[in-house]
Design a binder for this molecule. Sequence first.
Ligand code: CAA
Length: 248
Amino acid sequence: MAKRIALVTGGTGGIGTAICQRLCQEGHQVIATYSSAAKKDVALQWQAEQKELGFVVEVVCMNVSSFESCAEAAELIRSEYGNVSILVNNAGITRDGVMKKMGHDKWDAVLSTNLDSVFYVTKQFLDQMIDANYGRIVNVSSINAQKGQFGQVNYSAAKAGIHGFTKALAQEVARKGITVNTISPGYVATSMVMAIDQSVRDQIIAQIPVGRLAEPAEIARAIAFLTAEEAGFMTGSNLAINGGQHMC
Ligand code: CAA
């Protein structure tokens, strides 16, 4: 298999870490992004930990909710490492709360980080993928895009938007050797899910037929599948990985 440059936004986070590790195992050169200069030390620490575990991952600062930051980071990546041919739009946040109590700030933060970002980041790398006649783009959505979730009008809307983006772009670049797919994880054992109040979380777990949260590696496995060279006929699709919590 050819060694490719893979970029994972939010790569230093819960699911992101597992994706980076898995793409390293697939033989790619992996670059993880982190969100702000203030988090550089944490990112370098994360990088050192990954190295100890045998995973060599580059780290680059990229605020995915800012077009300018994405453009700057993309320029640096091009000059330091080369052309990205695998892009995983994974960065995302939650700002949960019922609509009645949700301010504009929580709406904006989630829409810009989880949805605007998919345009901002992909825009930086699409032309080079078209020129190379090869690309693998995977956008990380959520079970809550399709089923909706009490307390997440912002998150559910942003993650649902990713499905439209994926299907439209998949059609535009299908003849250019580029696939664009979505994965929709259910509830995964990461700090994002652990931040949910325990009693609420227990109620959620009770609704998962498999009877537990997902492990991040179970999500990363789907990324490896979709980013493989042999996955060229799979585009505009969605892979749901949710322990049977939502079937459609
Ligand atoms: N459906 C219907 N009613 C519900 C409900 C549900 N799913 N959940 C709560 N309610 C009801 C409660 O019973 C309660 O009713 P009463 O006032 O009559 O008692 C009322 O709504 C208020 O509920 P809460 O006490 O929970 O309200 P809160 O303001 O304290 O908390 C919340 C609101 C923060 C949104 C909290 O409900 C919560 O954390 N929910 C879980 C949200 C969630 O699943 N987030 C996912 C984060 S991880 C992620 O997003 C990753 C991914 O992709 C899966």
